[in-house]
Design a binder for this molecule. Sequence first.
Ligand code: NAP
Length: 245
Amino acid sequence: MGHPHAVCAEISHGLPQLPVARPDRYGSRAKVLLMTTAIIGTGVLGSVIARLLASGGETVRLSGADQESARKLAGEIGPAAVVAVGNGDAVRGADLVVLALRFAVLRSVVDELAQPLVDRLVVVPSNPLGTDAQGHVSPLLPEGQSSGETVAGWMPAGARLAMAFGTLSADVLESSSKRSPEPAVLFYVTDDHRAGEEAGRLIRTAGFVPVSAGRLDQSGRLEVGGDLHDLVVGSAEARSLTGGA
Ligand SMILES: NC(=O)c1ccc[n+]([C@@H]2O[C@H](COP(=O)([O-])OP(=O)(O)OC[C@H]3O[C@@H](n4cnc5c(N)ncnc54)[C@H](OP(=O)(O)O)[C@@H]3O)[C@@H](O)[C@H]2O)c1
């Protein structure tokens, strides 16, 4: 992966830490490589993703708008969580990035980060919805325009984008992790083979089975109103729904 993972582990724990493999604990014999994930956005969904990854053994570097929520979350998670100085610091010390942000602020944060996103997996769970002062929810993209392709157009060249972790509400995501006896699926979409493998590793670390729903132009299937949104299913049913995409 070639990113300064060991440096960030030194800052967080006082000891260098290299990626290690461990047996998967929830149904598969596959090995899971543990890395450091930057979570930008420590609100409702980012907090759940951070807890799941930390519980799967990952180190998380947290950054929010004012760092108060990041500090509180890090206190709950313990030594596996580090509060970064800011968004750039979070990403530079990590192997990969989750942008757990509202769609309306996503582009400005991508623009702010830019270069550190290059050569990293960038996971985006955002549904393209906005909420007004009265709490009314409305779409932020014209009908038929995929959020996946839109966000890909904002990314710097060399960033590897996967849309994932936004298919379930945060509480269902948390309660469905490491489901037994049949692990639950998390769907993802990407145009990049390597990003698919990396997103798959992250999804396994969070306690789910990764299933591709195709390319970025299929992101609408994962979102509010999409046929794969809010579905807690096992692998066989997921594959029949995606046709092995
Ligand atoms: N909540 C769910 O159940 C759910 C489920 C599926 C998908 N999603 C998607 O996930 C995304 C996040 O939703 P959410 O419910 O977690 O929203 P949220 O609770 O409002 O959290 C948003 C986070 O973004 C942070 N933030 C805002 N501007 C920032 C900036 N410039 N730099 C860094 N951090 C910034 C906020 O920081 P502060 O904490 O410091 O204010 C907050 O932690 C949305 O796009 C949503 O569609 C959510």
